[in-house]
Design a protein around this ligand. Structure first.
Ligand SMILES: C[S@@+](CC[C@H](N)C(=O)[O-])C[C@H]1O[C@@H](n2cnc3c(N)ncnc32)[C@H](O)[C@@H]1O
Length: 257
């Protein structure tokens, strides 16, 4: 049984006035959700007939993903293009647009930046609610024929499992990942959506397995995003590091393919 405080991450709560049954059916099939009623005393994934959002008890406004407006659109316009640290770490120089797997998609921000810069990006996310938010945001954004979301596709899976079954001719040029790291900041200073991720997902303790799987699968490089000053994943030293204010990108080049 699920307690009042522990969310049921296999349930989707639907507003009683919603009649978009085909879409609800699609979501329940894709993410194996059971349907429930809305309960304002519980943290829930809610479909209100327009979009999916997580209603978290202690975080105020519902949290959803939007690739057409807000922070994503702003970063697309003003984010620094191919000169920004993420793009440099991925290797977006000289007009190259590698194929990318983002193995820890989260809210899809980094993946959207890379898609906006012209790369084809496969997003992997294993948490059912976060994966469902991503799918819903992609569906809404892909209704706009100009959106970079057309370059993104979601896979709901644990990344090493997905990478292990990928045929060699579908291996990407680059595998990128940004695992959850235990928060070092006071919770009031951490942004609401990151607080939600910390509550739902916790720290990712299996990043070394993901790094090993990625190194076997990527054709050109593996890039790991870390907070500045923390150890390398699996204590494996990268070939290059790109440092920015609070973040470090560790770049592992693949030489023997
Ligand atoms: C820090 S967040 C990523 C944020 C993301 N870079 C962004 O720009 O929004 C990490 C996410 O990766 C997911 N994750 C961690 N390990 C994973 C794995 N092995 N397979 C799939 N998803 C994973 C977590 O559930 C979480 O949603």
């Amino acid at each position: 049984m699920t307690s009042m405080t522990e969310p049921n991450i296999n349930a989707l709560a639907v507003s009683s006035n919603t009649n978009n049954t085909d879409y609800i059916q699609q979501l329940t099939t894709q993410f194996n959700f059971t349907l429930s009623d809305i309960n304002p005393d519980q943290t829930q994934l809610v479909y209100d007939g327009e979009k999916l959002a997580i209603h978290a008890l202690n975080l105020g406004k519902p949290i959803s993903i939007d690739f057409l407006a807000g922070k994503n659109a702003h970063r697309q316009q003003f984010g620094g293009g191919r000169g920004q640290p993420l793009a440099r770490a991925i290797g977006l120089t000289k007009g190259k647009s590698p194929t990318i797997i983002d193995a820890t998609a989260g809210f899809g921000r980094d993946a959207f930046v890379l898609a906006s810069l012209g790369c084809q990006v496969t997003l992997i996310e294993r948490h059912p609610w976060i994966a469902a938010l991503l799918q819903d945001a992609l569906t809404r954004a892909q209704a706009d024929s100009d959106s970079s979301a057309h370059k993104m596709q979601l896979v709901y899976s644990n990344a090493p499992d997905y990478l292990a079954q990928l045929p060699a001719n579908e291996n990407p040029d680059v595998i990128y990942f940004d695992p959850m790291y235990p928060s070092r900041e006071k919770s009031a200073l951490v942004k609401k959506d990151m607080r939600l991720l910390h509550q739902l997902v916790g720290a990712d303790m299996d990043s070394t397995a993901l790094l090993n799987a990625a190194l076997k699968t990527a054709n050109k490089r593996v890039v790991v995003k870390r907070p500045s000053g923390v150890p390398w994943v699996g204590e494996l030293s990268p070939h290059t590091q790109i440092e920015s204010k609070n973040t470090r990108h560790d770049v592992y080049m693949i030489h023997d393919k």
